[in-house]
Design a protein around this ligand. Structure first.
Ligand code: PLP
Length: 441
């Protein structure tokens, strides 16, 4: 990659979740994006195998979204979201509500997945308090869970590097379910692993320990992405639903990466036929053209909070940019594209060739597991002795040099392309990885 032009000073920017020193020694700079491809600063085309960060579901630079944002910017650049509104915010809420499972039709807008998670956790606490069960404050997450970077999100999250620096100030009273990754039982699963539903029963143990009357909510990703693609075992989510309902505990599905087609349906909840009490979302909601997020809330939860409140503000929470006019414009335009082009169905139709291409890596050097569902796949590599993550990092770097963007966490490569990918691009994506795996130690 060519060095950036002299006018660009890389020193001031502190980059998120980045090895800053390494990056600045060997920068990778993107300059453009169109459809399935990025263009680098030195003019190379890069096939986007990750939809940016799991978010550009309709492909890049969709003119309809650009026009909607531009129109809105010149029309109503900003509107306060407290005690005042604008029509598109209500339209966008209705549009999102129509895609959610039955009953989850109250929509709270945020700007990101992290904000959606913290919002949902606060709604859970407010709901129990409104019903006179304010002692239900405990939150249950899951090991290896990723719920963004707010204090709520890292507390219920289960990724240790994200937690350790802040361990003294994480939310009190949080417990974690075990994760479901057990390669000795579920390696090479195509779709949902057959093994592992019983791991949901650990929730019963946690409930017995703390007593249900102290527990507000359980939050899990129906399919965990950031931790290296963990597909829920058959029956696992159903069991979590049954146990939480029986004990009056709310169930939150964090669908920040799974909502809007990734698994071949509007939501993972719809795909699995398991309805939680709240769904957090972001990313694909606006096709990532403008930051946006939301929480879909069961109507009864919303109503309980409103009914218990005196006159005036019912829920003391919100963001300056909740339902930002440009975000709602992008949401409406993105949802139009998803619907008009049938992209959720397209993802479902492509999931079989995608699965084949991913599992064709079985038997390649270093590959110890392949797992997939919808348009998500994880390819786990054996770690290098004494250098966990180094092998996958090298695959990422070499693929980028060859014009293909993949993602890695630990030693797992993650694939989550825009839903507009075609079969030849699927072949290019996994074919490039196969070549690179053959080359490296
Ligand atoms: N929750 C899940 C499941 C995610 O995958 C992510 C981001 O990848 C987040 C929350 C955080 O979203 P954001 O980075 O928009 O805050």
């Amino acid at each position: 990659m060519r060095a950036p032009s002299d006018s660009v000073d890389l020193s001031n920017l502190w980059m998120p979740f980045t090895a800053n020193r390494q990056f600045k020694a060997h920068p990778r700079l993107l300059a453009g994006a169109q459809g399935m491809y990025y263009t680098t600063a030195d003019g190379r085309r890069i096939l986007d195998g990750t939809a940016g960060l799991w978010c550009v579901n309709a492909g890049h630079a969709r003119p309809e979204i650009i026009e909607a944002i531009t129109r809105q910017a010149s029309h109503l650049d900003y509107a306060p979201s407290f005690q005042i509104g604008h029509e598109d915010s209500f339209r966008a809420a209705s549009r999102i509500a129509a895609l959610m499972p039955d009953g989850l039709d109250r929509i709270f807008f945020t700007n990101s997945g992290s904000e959606s998670v913290d919002t949902a956790l606060k709604i859970a606490l407010a709901y129990h308090r409104a019903r006179g069960e304010g002692q239900r404050t405990r939150l249950i997450g899951r090991e290896r869970g990723y719920h963004g970077v707010g204090f709520g999100g890292i507390s219920v999250g289960g990724i240790s590097p994200n937690r350790k620096t802040f361990s003294g100030v994480l939310l009190p009273g949080v417990d974690h379910l075990p994760h479901t990754h057990a390669p000795e039982h579920n390696a090479w699963s195509r779709g949902q692993p057959a093994w592992g539903a019983h791991l949901a029963d650990e929730l019963e143990r946690i409930i017995t320990l703390h007593d249900a009357s102290t527990i507000a909510a359980v939050i899990v990703e129906p399919l965990a992405g950031s931790t290296g693609v963990l597909v829920p075992p058959v029956g696992y989510l159903e069991r979590l639903r049954e146990i939480t309902a029986r004990h009056g505990i709310l169930l939150i599905f964090d669908e920040v990466i799974t909502a809007f087609g990734r698994l071949g349906a509007a939501t993972a909840s719809g795909r699995f036929g398991v309805t939680p009490d709240m769904i957090t979302m972001a990313k694909g909601i606006s096709n990532a053209a403008i930051p946006a997020g939301a929480v879909a809330v069961l109507r009864g939860i919303h109503d309980a909070i409103l009914d218990a409140s005196g006159s005036g503000i019912e829920f003391f929470h919100g963001y300056t940019y909740s339902a930002h006019p440009m975000a709602t414009a992008a949401i409406l335009a993105a949802q139009d594209i998803y619907e008009r082009e049938g992209l959720f169905q397209r993802a479902e139709a492509l999931s079989a060739p995608f699965e084949e291409a991913a599992h064709a890596l079985r038997g390649r050097r270093h590959v110890i597991d392949v797992r997939n569902l919808g348009l998500v796949a994880g390819v786990e590599l054996a770690p290098r002795e004494g250098a966990p993550g180094a092998r996958a990092a090298e695959v990422f770097a070499r693929c980028f040099d060859r014009g293909v963007l993949v993602r890695y966490t630990g030693d797992t490569l993650a694939f989550s392309p825009p839903l507009v990918i075609d079969e030849s691009q699927i072949a290019e994506l996994f074919g490039t990885v196969a070549e690179v795996l053959d080359e490296i130690d």
